[in-house]
Design a protein around this ligand. Sequence first.
Ligand code: DGP
Length: 114
Amino acid sequence: MPTIFAKIIRGEIPGDIVYQDELVTAFRDIQPQAPTHILIVPNKAIPTVNDVEEEDEATLGRMIVVAKKLADREGIAKDGYRLIMNTNEHGGQEVFHIHMHLLGGRPLGRMLSR
Ligand code: DGP
């Protein structure tokens, strides 16, 4: 079954896409937790970070490069931002198509709640 993210990448359901190339797609999170909350997603449907393979290195590197470009475009690069990839239950992963959250636009507080 394709995930909701696979459908957004393929244009089958609407998504606020802010960037797309041959390896990755980025779109705004539907439940933003900061003024900037963008999801950077590989076009290849990899369920979790545990499923990443060596052949995915270029794609994973591209995700960081795109995060940097989008942070600059959003005007949050200087003040700073956070990149998050959640994995499985303890990581709080809800959508099983790996994605990197780009969050910024306000102070984000501690990395983890105590
Ligand atoms: P995670 O917990 O790391 O798996 O984060 C999943 C994120 O995906 C969560 O912040 C909400 C977002 N999300 C879920 N469904 C949709 C959707 O249909 N469209 C968009 N743009 N975001 C979604």
